[in-house]
Design a protein around this ligand. Structure first.
Ligand code: ADP
Ligand code: ZN
Ligand code: ZN
Length: 818
């Protein structure tokens, strides 16, 4: 009897591939185990066992597998079912889903690079002969391809060997070069509380006359306190007093000074602390919890619509606790950027060790560890907090999914396939597990609110901030008037400058928000109008001040800023538009003594750079933080009393049917950073168009009005959620071929589908990395069966692929494109 194994290869193949196996192998292999297989002429891949059967493939002679890599499945049946859904729905192959879903350490292949682990202490006697050969080779070479390892040990089957070496820590995979971020803890000092009492203080100063050095330190402390209300770092006191650390330490030892850290909770929590175990919800939170549970009882996903700072997290905590009590696992999904140590530590405070984090910034090793913990359902992995890829973990007993900030568009993967939306994929995951799911936001997406209004989802709301904190006071500043009357200083209105001055005087912090979109600063020649272009992409190069470079945001092409115009040679180059960098610079002129930090793509590129800026702002080392969308993401800064929005118009005018919804969300979220304590926060929005309906809705916090108007427009113009969008992007290096091919495809789609088809159309950036692009947009009415439509599209693609002159044209599908 012959046995065959169907496997999923981690490459974009439409069909599963079949290999020959022995009867013993057939008995041993289970679905979801990994096997090493040959593919093509000389490639080796790790593949996932999918099905064992006895039907030889007709089209080709099956090869034998090389090796079985696991003793137990690393992927569960439910996962495979889920991934098949992802592949079908988002129109990609199962192989592409697997490539995204599994940690790369699981999927070694012939092209994977391995490096020596310089930090490991390797006991050579512990290594087998083959292991030693690889180890030794890596002492002389910086990296080896797995196919080269094959040559060294003179064996074809080396994936298992390498898996072991990775496991033993002898070698690292190429991507595994991560550093761990340890937040810097700044030490501050203050006078001990007992000296709040005047008499005690007088006595102390009296005593200290005999210790002049110590006395000097105490007096310096008073001086520093008089200058500013900010916490005083030990280093600053040292500088001001001219006293040494030893003197300061002596004062601390004598309990005259007290040392402290501002964010104690940044330290890792070993044990959950008792005081947090019994949080009592307020009446609004209780009501929301009831409504959520009611929705769960009806078997529905539930939308939790709670204004900023309403205490949604505490409601999640109650849901999570209940789920744990029932002995089930919890998945807490967040957009990558909102996944901060602020939130992780908050959850660790409640749930201690049971919280695991799964994140692309974590090392391969850590990711494998979380994977295995989830698979084995260990204590450590009862709650997983993670970005979108944590959806693909091997839950065996999932009881609850929380999708926080559900409106965030970064939940949608853009590139590569699968181009999935994590929120929607989470809803499917929950239903496969019969688990509960709650989607939370202060500004729900139109899609989710529509689902709630049509009763597909349950609904719960919290309309009040926690602890009687008032919603921030939002004012619009008309900069059109101000510009006309020449009353702007750079990009700052008088009102904004006044607001900043007042906040600074109170020792409070300020966030200034500058939208990234539409404001890439370009350098234009005022004589001939020339703007430097990227040679590979159809975009202008943008100016980066700190490196004095012109750069392309799409392909990374860059050049030094020229002194003269490349076209006409004039020296009349002008910096157009303004970015965060320019705001920071203007602030330097307006407020020379104030420290200003900046948070945008440029300043957060390094590992943990984002964390560092957050903690430095929290520690009040900066007074003003200038940032892009990043500052809107669920951060909780206690001391921020003013939020300024430099210009609301670029967002509103962005050419996209979601521009108004996004503007409302972004402005409401960034406004929500203001005044999270007792004092009412202030928000100033500068705009040329203060009567714009979206700005009116933001200032009055009127989500419902926003929803109604936006929904009406989507109905009128047939946009989601009333239709589904499938975007097809065609790419080719040959401009004419691309045009012809996209016309062919669009007209075939029109003939067959009979639905509304837009395009082909050039996207705003019509050439990227030397490829020309063209989009076709298909609008599928809700009533129409989506699966059938996709099948028809695939059939047309097959005919398309059969046309030999279009062979080089690539198609990219983006379902539910946003
Ligand atoms: P949201 O996520 O809705 O913006 P948070 O969950 O951050 O709001 O809550 C805002 C603040 O109120 C936090 O500092 C939180 O600790 C506090 N808070 C919320 N609910 C409670 C509660 N029931 N008991 C004590 N503090 C709470
Ligand atoms: Zn010129
Ligand atoms: Zn480019």
């Amino acid at each position: 009897m012959e046995y065959f194994l169907e496997v999923v290869l981690p490459i974009p193949l439409e069909k599963l591939f079949t290999y020959k196996i022995s009867q013993a192998e057939a008995d041993f292999i289970k679905e979801g185990m990994r096997v090493a297989v040959p593919f093509g002429k000389s490639k080796i891949y790790t593949a996932l066992a999918y099905r064992i059967h006895q039907n030889a493939p007709e089209a080709y002679e099956p090869k034998e597998i090389y090796q079985i890599l696991d003793e137990h499945p690393v992927v569960t049946r439910v996962q495979l079912k889920h991934w098949e859904w992802v592949g079908k729905y988002y129109m990609c192959t199962l192989g592409e889903v697997i490539r995204s879903a599994l940690p790369s350490a699981f999927m070694l292949e012939s092209e994977t690079l391995i490096l020596p682990n310089k930090n490991a202490e390797v006991d050579e006697k512990e290594l087998t002969d083959d292991e030693f050969l690889v180890f030794e080779a890596l002492q002389h070479q910086t990296a080896l391809k797995i196919s080269e390892v094959s040559d060294i040990v003179d064996k074809k089957n080396v994936l298992k060997l390498i898996n072991t070496l990775v496991h033993k820590g002898v070698v690292l995979q190429k991507e595994e070069l991560y550093e761990q971020y340890k937040p810097k803890l700044i030490r501050y000092v203050k006078l001990s509380e007992q000296y709040d009492d005047e008499e005690q203080l007088a006595e102390l100063l009296n005593e200290l006359t005999r210790a002049p050095k110590q006395s000097q330190v105490v007096l310096s402390l008073f001086q520093l306190k008089a200058k500013s209300t900010k916490p005083i770092p030990i280093s600053e006191l040292e500088k001001e007093s001219g006293g040494s650390r030893a003197v300061i330490k002596a004062l601390i030892d004598k309990n005259i000074l007290e040392e402290y850290h501002i964010r104690k909770d940044r330290v890792q929590f070993d044990e959950r602390s008792d005081e947090f175990k019994h949080i009592a919800l307020n009446e609004y939170q209780e009501k929301a919890l009831d409504d959520i549970n009611h929705g769960f009882d009806e078997g529905k996903p539930v939308l939790l619509h709670g204004v900023t700072s309403s205490g949604k997290t505490e409601v999640y905590v109650k849901l999570i606790q209940k789920c744990l009590d029932e002995g089930k696992q919890v998945l807490y999904l967040l957009p990558e950027i909102a996944l901060t140590s602020q939130l992780i530590n908050r959850l660790r405070r409640y749930f201690g060790h049971q919280v695991s984090v799964y994140h692309s910034k974590y090392s391969i090793h850590e990711r494998v560890e979380v994977w295995n913990n989830v698979l084995k359902n260990t204590e450590k992995a009862q709650i997983v907090i993670g970005a979108r890829s944590s959806l693909f973990l091997p839950f065996t007993n999932l009881g609850l999914v929380v999708v926080d900030e559900e409106h965030e568009s970064s939940f949608k993967q853009f590139d590569p396939a699968p181009r999935y939306h994590a929120r929607d994929t989470a809803v499917v995951l929950a239903s496969l597990h019969k688990a509960k799911i709650v989607l939370g936001s202060a500004t729900p997406s139109i899609e989710s609110m529509y689902n709630a209004r049509t009763k597909k989802y349950g609904y719960a709301a919290i309309a009040h901030r926690f602890g009687d904190v008032l919603m921030p006071e939002i004012n619009l500043v008309d900069i059109k008037e101000a510009t006309r009357k020449r009353r702007m200083k750079g990009h700052f209105s008088e009102i904004l400058i006044k607001g900043i001055t007042e906040a600074l005087e109170e020792g409070e912090q300020i966030i200034l928000f500058q939208n990234r979109r539409g404001f890439a600063p370009v350098v234009e020649c005022t004589t001939c109008g020339h703007v430097a272009q990227c040679p590979n992409c159809d975009v202008s190069l943008t100016y980066h001040q700190h490196r004095n470079q012109l750069r392309c945001h799409y392909c990374g092409y860059h050049m030094a800023l020229q002194q003269a115009c490349l076209a006409c040679g004039s020296h009349t180059l002008d910096n157009k538009g303004f970015g965060t960098e320019q705001i920071q610079q203007e602030l330097g002129q307006l407020f020379p003594d104030v420290s200003v930090g900046r948070m945008d793509l440029d300043t957060t590129r390094g590992k943990y750079a984002y964390e560092k800026i957050i903690s430095s702002f929290e520690n009040q080392e900066m007074d003003i933080l200038v940032g892009t969308q990043m500052v809107t993401k669920g951060l909780d800064f206690r001391n921020v009393s003013l939020v300024g929005i430099m210009n609301a118009d670029s967002m509103l005018n962005f050419p996209d049917f979601r521009a108004h919804e996004r503007s409302f969300q972004m402005l409401t979220q960034v406004a929500g950073r203001a005044g999270r304590t007792q004092k009412r926060g202030k928000v100033l929005i500068q705009t040329y168009n203060p009567y714009h309906q979206i700005l009116q809705q933001v200032t009055t916090n009127n989500y419902d009005k926003m929803f109604e108007e936006q929904f009406y427009e989507r109905e009128q113009f047939k946009y989601p959620p009333l239709v589904r969008l499938i975007k097809i992007t065609l790419k080719d290096k040959d401009f004419n071929k691309l045009n012809e091919a996209s016309e062919w495809l669009a007209s075939s789609l029109r003939n067959v589908l009979g639905t509304q088809i837009l395009g082909p159309e050039y996207p705003p950036v019509a050439r990227i990395r030397r490829d020309y692009l063209k989009n076709i947009m298909i609008k599928v009415p809700r009533k129409q069966a989506l699966a059938q439509t996709k099948n028809s599209i695939k059939r047309i693609e097959n005919s398309f692929n059969a046309i030999s002159k279009y062979k080089s044209v690539r198609l990219v599908y983006n379902v539910d494109h946003i």
